[in-house]
Design a protein. Structure first.
Length: 276
Protein backbone atom coordinates (compact mmCIF):
# COMPACT_ATOMS: atom_id res chain seq x y z
CA UNK A 1 0.00 0.00 0.00
CA UNK A 2 2.82 2.36 0.96
CA UNK A 3 4.60 1.68 -2.33
CA UNK A 4 1.39 2.33 -4.25
CA UNK A 5 1.04 5.72 -2.52
CA UNK A 6 4.63 6.64 -3.37
CA UNK A 7 4.02 5.68 -7.01
CA UNK A 8 0.83 7.76 -7.07
CA UNK A 9 2.76 10.79 -5.81
CA UNK A 10 5.33 10.33 -8.58
CA UNK A 11 2.62 9.89 -11.20
CA UNK A 12 1.06 13.17 -10.12
CA UNK A 13 4.40 14.93 -10.57
CA UNK A 14 4.70 15.77 -6.86
CA UNK A 15 7.86 15.48 -4.76
CA UNK A 16 7.97 12.69 -2.24
CA UNK A 17 8.18 14.11 1.33
CA UNK A 18 10.20 11.84 3.62
CA UNK A 19 10.64 11.87 7.37
CA UNK A 20 14.26 12.83 6.76
CA UNK A 21 13.17 15.87 4.74
CA UNK A 22 10.87 16.98 7.54
CA UNK A 23 13.56 16.50 10.20
CA UNK A 24 16.13 18.47 8.21
CA UNK A 25 13.71 21.35 7.80
CA UNK A 26 12.80 21.27 11.48
CA UNK A 27 16.49 21.33 12.45
CA UNK A 28 17.04 24.26 10.13
CA UNK A 29 14.05 26.37 11.19
CA UNK A 30 12.98 25.14 14.62
CA UNK A 31 9.44 24.65 13.29
CA UNK A 32 7.06 21.99 14.57
CA UNK A 33 6.75 18.68 12.73
CA UNK A 34 3.32 19.36 11.20
CA UNK A 35 4.26 22.92 10.19
CA UNK A 36 7.46 21.68 8.52
CA UNK A 37 5.66 18.90 6.69
CA UNK A 38 2.89 21.23 5.48
CA UNK A 39 5.43 23.77 4.23
CA UNK A 40 7.26 21.07 2.26
CA UNK A 41 4.00 19.82 0.74
CA UNK A 42 2.90 23.37 -0.16
CA UNK A 43 6.30 24.03 -1.76
CA UNK A 44 6.38 20.70 -3.61
CA UNK A 45 9.35 19.46 -1.61
CA UNK A 46 11.51 22.56 -2.17
CA UNK A 47 13.29 22.82 1.19
CA UNK A 48 14.63 26.34 0.55
CA UNK A 49 11.20 27.69 -0.37
CA UNK A 50 9.64 25.86 2.58
CA UNK A 51 12.19 27.38 4.95
CA UNK A 52 11.32 30.86 3.65
CA UNK A 53 7.60 30.21 4.15
CA UNK A 54 8.23 29.09 7.72
CA UNK A 55 10.48 32.08 8.34
CA UNK A 56 7.82 34.53 7.16
CA UNK A 57 5.18 32.74 9.21
CA UNK A 58 7.46 32.81 12.25
CA UNK A 59 8.24 36.52 11.88
CA UNK A 60 4.53 37.27 11.71
CA UNK A 61 4.08 35.42 15.01
CA UNK A 62 7.11 37.22 16.44
CA UNK A 63 5.54 40.59 15.59
CA UNK A 64 2.53 39.64 17.68
CA UNK A 65 4.86 39.26 20.69
CA UNK A 66 6.23 42.80 20.42
CA UNK A 67 4.04 44.11 23.24
CA UNK A 68 5.24 41.47 25.71
CA UNK A 69 7.57 42.57 28.49
CA UNK A 70 11.22 42.04 27.56
CA UNK A 71 13.04 43.54 30.52
CA UNK A 72 15.59 40.70 30.52
CA UNK A 73 18.55 40.54 28.15
CA UNK A 74 22.29 41.14 28.07
CA UNK A 75 24.75 44.01 27.60
CA UNK A 76 28.09 43.74 25.82
CA UNK A 77 30.98 46.17 25.39
CA UNK A 78 33.81 46.12 22.85
CA UNK A 79 36.79 48.48 22.91
CA UNK A 80 40.13 48.97 21.24
CA UNK A 81 41.40 51.55 23.72
CA UNK A 82 40.61 54.53 21.51
CA UNK A 83 36.88 53.96 21.09
CA UNK A 84 34.25 51.79 22.70
CA UNK A 85 30.92 50.29 21.65
CA UNK A 86 28.02 49.06 23.75
CA UNK A 87 24.98 47.01 22.73
CA UNK A 88 21.97 46.09 24.86
CA UNK A 89 19.81 43.27 23.49
CA UNK A 90 16.47 42.66 25.23
CA UNK A 91 14.50 39.44 25.64
CA UNK A 92 11.75 38.07 27.88
CA UNK A 93 13.47 35.51 30.11
CA UNK A 94 16.75 35.24 31.96
CA UNK A 95 16.95 31.65 30.73
CA UNK A 96 17.37 32.90 27.16
CA UNK A 97 19.54 35.84 28.19
CA UNK A 98 22.02 33.55 29.97
CA UNK A 99 22.33 31.11 27.06
CA UNK A 100 25.69 30.90 25.30
CA UNK A 101 24.13 31.71 21.92
CA UNK A 102 22.46 34.90 23.16
CA UNK A 103 25.57 36.12 24.96
CA UNK A 104 27.74 35.38 21.92
CA UNK A 105 25.30 37.27 19.67
CA UNK A 106 25.35 40.40 21.85
CA UNK A 107 29.15 40.30 21.99
CA UNK A 108 29.41 39.94 18.21
CA UNK A 109 27.03 42.88 17.74
CA UNK A 110 29.18 45.07 20.00
CA UNK A 111 32.30 44.10 18.03
CA UNK A 112 30.49 44.93 14.78
CA UNK A 113 29.47 48.37 16.08
CA UNK A 114 33.05 49.05 17.16
CA UNK A 115 34.34 48.28 13.66
CA UNK A 116 31.48 49.54 11.47
CA UNK A 117 29.52 52.06 13.53
CA UNK A 118 26.00 51.99 14.93
CA UNK A 119 24.52 51.16 11.51
CA UNK A 120 26.05 47.68 11.89
CA UNK A 121 22.97 46.65 13.87
CA UNK A 122 20.61 47.31 10.97
CA UNK A 123 22.87 45.33 8.66
CA UNK A 124 22.45 42.35 10.99
CA UNK A 125 18.69 42.55 11.40
CA UNK A 126 18.20 39.09 9.86
CA UNK A 127 20.48 37.54 12.49
CA UNK A 128 18.37 39.14 15.21
CA UNK A 129 15.21 37.92 13.46
CA UNK A 130 16.63 34.39 13.53
CA UNK A 131 17.01 34.65 17.31
CA UNK A 132 13.38 35.81 17.62
CA UNK A 133 12.29 32.75 15.67
CA UNK A 134 14.56 30.39 17.57
CA UNK A 135 13.68 31.34 21.16
CA UNK A 136 10.11 32.51 20.38
CA UNK A 137 10.41 35.63 22.53
CA UNK A 138 10.07 39.38 22.08
CA UNK A 139 13.69 40.19 21.22
CA UNK A 140 14.52 43.83 20.56
CA UNK A 141 17.59 46.04 20.36
CA UNK A 142 17.95 48.40 23.31
CA UNK A 143 20.69 51.01 23.57
CA UNK A 144 23.41 51.02 20.91
CA UNK A 145 26.30 53.44 21.45
CA UNK A 146 29.71 54.16 19.97
CA UNK A 147 32.05 56.54 21.82
CA UNK A 148 35.23 57.71 20.14
CA UNK A 149 38.16 59.34 21.87
CA UNK A 150 40.33 61.92 20.20
CA UNK A 151 43.10 64.36 20.91
CA UNK A 152 43.25 64.77 24.70
CA UNK A 153 40.06 62.69 25.02
CA UNK A 154 40.05 59.29 26.69
CA UNK A 155 37.34 56.64 26.85
CA UNK A 156 36.78 54.12 29.60
CA UNK A 157 34.32 51.30 30.18
CA UNK A 158 32.86 49.12 32.86
CA UNK A 159 30.73 46.01 32.47
CA UNK A 160 29.19 44.24 35.45
CA UNK A 161 28.91 40.50 34.80
CA UNK A 162 26.30 38.34 36.49
CA UNK A 163 25.65 34.67 35.72
CA UNK A 164 27.96 34.92 32.71
CA UNK A 165 26.23 37.83 30.98
CA UNK A 166 26.72 41.59 31.07
CA UNK A 167 23.92 43.23 33.06
CA UNK A 168 25.16 46.80 33.57
CA UNK A 169 27.42 48.58 31.11
CA UNK A 170 28.98 52.05 31.10
CA UNK A 171 30.93 54.05 28.54
CA UNK A 172 32.47 57.37 29.56
CA UNK A 173 34.51 59.94 27.66
CA UNK A 174 36.71 62.48 29.41
CA UNK A 175 39.10 65.31 28.61
CA UNK A 176 41.91 66.39 30.90
CA UNK A 177 41.20 63.40 33.15
CA UNK A 178 43.66 60.56 33.73
CA UNK A 179 42.63 57.00 32.88
CA UNK A 180 42.37 55.74 36.47
CA UNK A 181 40.15 58.63 37.55
CA UNK A 182 38.00 58.15 34.47
CA UNK A 183 37.64 54.46 35.33
CA UNK A 184 36.54 55.35 38.85
CA UNK A 185 33.88 57.60 37.34
CA UNK A 186 32.73 54.71 35.14
CA UNK A 187 32.45 52.44 38.19
CA UNK A 188 30.49 55.15 40.01
CA UNK A 189 28.05 55.60 37.12
CA UNK A 190 27.36 51.86 37.02
CA UNK A 191 25.92 51.81 40.51
CA UNK A 192 24.73 55.42 41.02
CA UNK A 193 22.81 55.43 37.71
CA UNK A 194 22.76 59.20 37.06
CA UNK A 195 20.22 60.37 34.51
CA UNK A 196 22.10 63.46 33.30
CA UNK A 197 25.66 64.76 33.11
CA UNK A 198 24.92 68.28 34.38
CA UNK A 199 21.97 70.42 35.42
CA UNK A 200 21.94 71.94 31.96
CA UNK A 201 21.04 68.56 30.49
CA UNK A 202 17.93 68.21 32.65
CA UNK A 203 14.86 69.44 30.78
CA UNK A 204 13.00 72.46 32.16
CA UNK A 205 9.79 70.46 31.97
CA UNK A 206 11.19 67.75 34.25
CA UNK A 207 12.55 70.35 36.70
CA UNK A 208 9.16 72.08 36.90
CA UNK A 209 7.41 68.75 37.46
CA UNK A 210 9.77 67.97 40.33
CA UNK A 211 9.43 71.47 41.78
CA UNK A 212 5.62 71.22 41.70
CA UNK A 213 5.73 67.80 43.35
CA UNK A 214 8.09 69.04 46.08
CA UNK A 215 5.88 72.05 46.74
CA UNK A 216 2.83 69.82 47.22
CA UNK A 217 4.80 67.63 49.64
CA UNK A 218 5.98 70.68 51.57
CA UNK A 219 2.45 72.03 51.84
CA UNK A 220 1.12 68.65 53.00
CA UNK A 221 3.73 68.60 55.76
CA UNK A 222 2.23 71.79 57.19
CA UNK A 223 5.35 73.90 56.73
CA UNK A 224 4.84 77.69 57.11
CA UNK A 225 4.02 79.35 53.78
CA UNK A 226 6.87 81.86 54.05
CA UNK A 227 9.33 78.96 54.15
CA UNK A 228 7.95 77.03 51.18
CA UNK A 229 10.25 78.48 48.53
CA UNK A 230 13.44 77.94 50.54
CA UNK A 231 12.45 74.39 51.50
CA UNK A 232 11.54 73.47 47.91
CA UNK A 233 14.79 74.85 46.51
CA UNK A 234 16.77 72.92 49.13
CA UNK A 235 14.98 69.70 48.24
CA UNK A 236 15.45 70.42 44.53
CA UNK A 237 19.20 70.72 45.12
CA UNK A 238 19.13 67.32 46.84
CA UNK A 239 17.24 65.91 43.85
CA UNK A 240 19.92 67.23 41.50
CA UNK A 241 22.59 65.53 43.61
CA UNK A 242 20.76 62.23 43.19
CA UNK A 243 20.32 62.46 39.41
CA UNK A 244 23.14 64.64 38.00
CA UNK A 245 26.52 62.94 37.63
CA UNK A 246 28.79 65.92 38.30
CA UNK A 247 26.96 66.71 41.55
CA UNK A 248 26.96 63.17 42.91
CA UNK A 249 29.47 62.16 45.56
CA UNK A 250 31.97 59.79 43.94
CA UNK A 251 31.22 56.30 45.29
CA UNK A 252 28.86 57.90 47.82
CA UNK A 253 31.56 60.05 49.46
CA UNK A 254 31.31 63.78 50.16
CA UNK A 255 33.73 64.63 47.33
CA UNK A 256 31.66 65.14 44.19
CA UNK A 257 32.53 63.84 40.74
CA UNK A 258 33.18 67.43 39.62
CA UNK A 259 35.57 68.01 42.52
CA UNK A 260 37.30 64.70 41.76
CA UNK A 261 38.06 65.58 38.13
CA UNK A 262 39.12 69.15 39.02
CA UNK A 263 39.66 71.14 35.84
CA UNK A 264 39.04 68.07 33.72
CA UNK A 265 35.80 67.38 31.91
CA UNK A 266 33.40 64.50 31.49
CA UNK A 267 32.37 64.92 27.88
CA UNK A 268 29.73 62.21 27.68
CA UNK A 269 28.57 59.03 29.33
CA UNK A 270 26.19 56.25 28.34
CA UNK A 271 24.73 53.48 30.46
CA UNK A 272 22.64 50.40 29.70
CA UNK A 273 21.40 47.94 32.29
CA UNK A 274 18.95 45.09 32.51
CA UNK A 275 15.53 46.44 33.42
CA UNK A 276 16.40 49.86 31.96
Amino acid sequence: MKQQLKQKVKDLGMAEITAKNVKELRDLTGAGMMDAKKALVDCDGDAEAAAQVLREKGLAKAASRSDRDNSEGAVAIATDGKKAAMVHLCCETDFSAKSDGFIELVSSLAEAVLKEGEEAIEARSEVIDDVRLSIKENVSVGKVTLLEGGENHLVDTYLHIQDGRGVNGVLVQGAGVDQETLHQVALHIAFAKPTALSREEVSEELVEQERTSLLEITKAEGKPEQAWEKIVEGRLTAWYKESVLLEQGLHGDKTTVQETIGEGQIVRFEQAFIGD
